[in-house]
Design a protein around this ligand. Structure first.
Ligand code: ZN
Length: 499
């Protein structure tokens, strides 16, 4: 058995090294690489994915994983996790012919660049053809698995183990029933909230300084990561000691920058606090997109849009921006950062209407994967859904279908995890509040007890537990969306003075 475990570890290290290189290239591509780099980079990524495939998809690896799986009970927790993660990856990859797999990586590199240009020019036609190729490859790859389940169920399960359309429908129905009437009440009966001081000009240097201050205050290990800049903020990790986040600076939207930085820091803390003993490994990273998003949204919303949090940090923000904020009270600031405004752009959406944006992408993906839609029809379907759910219609593709990078990278089935993450976050906070005085910690700006709880129940396990196991073990019950809908009703009724 020892020999087999040594073989498994050697394989894991080889694959993780290629993953490391890929992540570094992706970070560079999204932040600073010159425009011309795209073709050679696509070739290099194709080459790396061939290395990966050849090292992984062999009869010897299959037999190694199968044998270890038969002796699962004899293995330690970390090794068990590796076997589970690698077997899942093997299964999804083995059925794709090597050449098609490499070509897909090259396609995705090109389509991301086309998306960026299309978004800049607000012109879907620049991106349409490549998107069509990404969609058809994705469908083909799912079909190769030959499983007797709907395509989109398989895709949901890839990002969030155990998630199906049936479960997602129940969750989104609950949200629709909560959010739509609440939004209506706010618009009809809610008090007016002033937020003009947030629309003033805030210089980029000040935003950057406050972002860095915030990361450190929240517990980000500054010698084990960096803050970069990109069009679409993201977190990428090479290892627990090299976790890179980005934000974007907009002069008239200071609070959106700070919220983005706090959000990405939440992701980064998860990665930085994985068990050190896991080293460079497939298990040394967050377990699912939903659990990952729960960590970022918890910091962004449950903490970063609370009164207790800003009782500590508003004075600091005022030191950075005295002119804009000098006469603003804590109460006024708290209400202003929680204003509800139906809008077109997902990343700028308020906490309440955010899930409506996700519902639209969920419904579109369900149709894209289940039907044979003409790619040129997608902008219209998109716009119609915005009008139906949010009550406003995009005027161009840039503020409509082109706003998100995900589809250009072949990430479909990923969006629902954003909404799910918000709901998991509330369930986690509820469990945490039984052991930690959260408001007191926020008022003191002391994230140690909060991060210790998260590390103990979530972070340290990396990918060795499934999302369902994490939720059950950390909160004592399976996923329950009721915590989230109750939280939204309580918070926003109070912000808007509704009884
Ligand atoms: Zn996120």
């Amino acid at each position: 058995m020892e020999k087999l475990i040594a073989q498994l570890n050697a394989l894991d290290l080889k694959l993780s090294s290629i993953g490391f290189a890929n992540a570094l290239i992706s970070y560079d591509a999204l932040t600073q690489a010159p425009k011309k780099a795209v073709n050679a980079r696509a070739q290099a990524m194709e080459g790396l994915s061939t290395f990966y495939y050849d090292a992984f998809i062999t009869p010897e690896v299959k037999s190694l994983l199968d044998t270890l799986h038969e002796h699962l009970e004899e293995l330690d927790h970390a090794t068990k996790g590796k076997v589970r993660v690698l077997r899942d990856q093997y299964e999804s990859l083995a059925c794709i012919p090597a050449q098609e797999y490499a070509a897909f990586h090259a396609l995705v590199a090109k389509s991301s660049v086309a998306w960026e240009e299309a978004k800049e020019k607000s012109d879907f036609s620049i991106f349409a053809q490549l998107l069509e190729q990404v969609i058809s490859s994705t469908k083909k790859f799912i079909d190769y698995r030959g499983k007797d389940i709907p395509r989109y169920d398989q895709m949901l399960d890839d990002y969030e183990k155990g998630l199906t359309m049936a479960k997602a429908d129940v969750f989104f129905d609950e949200l629709r029933e909560t959010i739509v009437p609440l939004l209506k009440r706010i618009q009809e009966e809610g008090m007016d909230i002033q937020k003009d001081f947030l629309d003033m000009s805030y210089d980029k240097a000040g935003q950057k300084a406050f972002s860095e201050f915030m990361m450190e205050a929240l517990g980000f290990r500054m010698d084990a990561g960096i803050l970069g800049e990109s069009v679409h903020p993201f977190t990428i990790n090479m290892s627990r000691d090299d976790v890179r986040i980005t934000t974007r600076y907009q002069e008239n939207e200071m609070i959106s920058t700070i919220a983005s930085t706090i959000h990405e820091t939440g992701h980064a803390l998860y990665e930085q606090n994985v068990d050190e003993d896991y080293g460079l490994s497939c298990i040394a990273t967050g377990t699912s997109m939903g659990i990952h998003e729960s960590q970022s949204r918890m910091f962004e919303n449950n903490f970063g849009r609370s009164k207790a949090f800003w009782s500590q940090y508003l004075p600091k923000l005022k030191e950075q921006f005295p002119k804009q904020l000098q006469n603003v009270s804590l109460e006024a600031f708290y209400k202003a950062i929680n204003v509800v405004t139906p809008s077109l752009i997902r990343v700028d959406a308020d906490e309440l209407t955010y899930s409506l944006h996700i519902m639209i992408r969920y419904e579109m993906e369900k149709r894209i994967m289940g039907e044979d839609l003409d790619v040129n029809e997608l902008p219209k379907i998109w716009n119609d859904l915005y009008e139906a759910y949010i009550g406003i219609r995009p005027e161009n593709d840039g503020e409509g279908i082109l706003q998100d990078v995900h589809w250009s990278e072949g990430l479909m089935g990923y969006f629902p995890s954003y909404a799910l993450g918000s709901a998991y976050a509330v369930q986690f906070v509820n469990a945490m509040s039984k052991e930690v005085d959260i408001d007191q910690a926020l008022e003191d700006g002391d994230f140690k007890p909060i991060n210790a709880w998260l590390e103990k129940h979530i972070h340290r396990f990396g990918s060795t537990k499934t999302p369902e196991e994490i939720l059950l073990d950390a909160t004592g019950e399976p996923f329950n969306p009721k915590y989230y809908s109750d939280y939204l009703v309580n918070k926003f009724s109070s912000v808007y003075g509704l009884s």
